[in-house]
Design a protein around this ligand. Sequence first.
Ligand SMILES: Nc1ncnc2c1ncn2[C@@H]1O[C@H](COP(=O)(O)OP(=O)(O)O)[C@@H](O)[C@H]1O
Ligand SMILES: [Mg+2]
Length: 295
Amino acid sequence: MTRKVGILSSQRGWHAIALEESLLRHGVQPLFFSITDLAAWIGGKSHVEVHGERLEDCQALLVRTIPLGSLEQIIFRMDALHRLENLGILIINSPTSIERTVDKFYTDFLLRDAGIATPRTMVTEDFEQALAAFREMGDVIVKPLFGSEGKGMRRVSDEDTAYRIFRSLELDRYIFYLQEYIPHGMEDLRAFVVGDQVVAAMRRKGNGWKTNYAQGAQVEPVELDASLKELSVRAARLVGADYAGVDLLPAEDGRVYVLEVNSIPGWRGLRKTVSFDIADVIVSYMLQRMEHSNA
Ligand SMILES: Nc1ncnc2c1ncn2[C@@H]1O[C@H](COP(=O)(O)OP(=O)(O)O)[C@@H](O)[C@H]1O
Ligand SMILES: [Mg+2]
């Protein structure tokens, strides 16, 4: 096997293994790298390595997690990815698109500034401004800026709760990210975009207003109409993601909001709704991109 593709993650978990198996089926050698063990040399024998194994020997890298860490740790991991990209290695998703999507504020303004419907949102470092924004919106979801799987989000609609939550966020120097609550039917849509296509989509029926699969939502396949497919692909394009999970919220007001674009989407829920292997779709797409970049 001549071609090598690295998988970067914190652990060799389910998604990493699914991608490794798919790479092997495609005649490509997978190499697993722990993203928290990166070492970068400037000058000397190698550029970026993990325990002596050089990442630049891979033709491409698939990034599966950027685990939580200190500001310095996260910036270093992202910088190392940028360095590898500068060395000509295809990285999926690109470090730039990961940076744009890991941060809900960044994704939101890219989408909204391109004319896509997103919920009204206020982001600040200041307690008083956060409280004033809460009073204005009345019913908000307080989200972690870097959250996922619906974890750590609270819906707040009374001022005492807002006061208590905001004070504790202030103590730990968190950013206040407040988003108006969009009344919906306790379900949303997840579009899985690869390249310029929605390769699968599912409806997620939540136990409450959070419709994440990780929060126990029931899933079923759904065929999106052409306009929602186009919206999903556009959203993925705007953040620069080669593949993405796009959350679409059909609201009671009849509009469809884009809630987020996930550049490291899981597919444990989605795989229950399809008859093909999603890892294979990602890997074939990546191999096509590799051929193009070699041409
Ligand atoms: N503004 C909102 N109004 C109503 N429900 C929301 C809103 N934002 C998020 N949700 C619900 O919470 C879920 C998780 O929110 P999301 O922004 O996608 O964060 P995460 O990255 O944790 O998945 C969504 O899938 C949706 O069900
Ligand atoms: Mg989500």
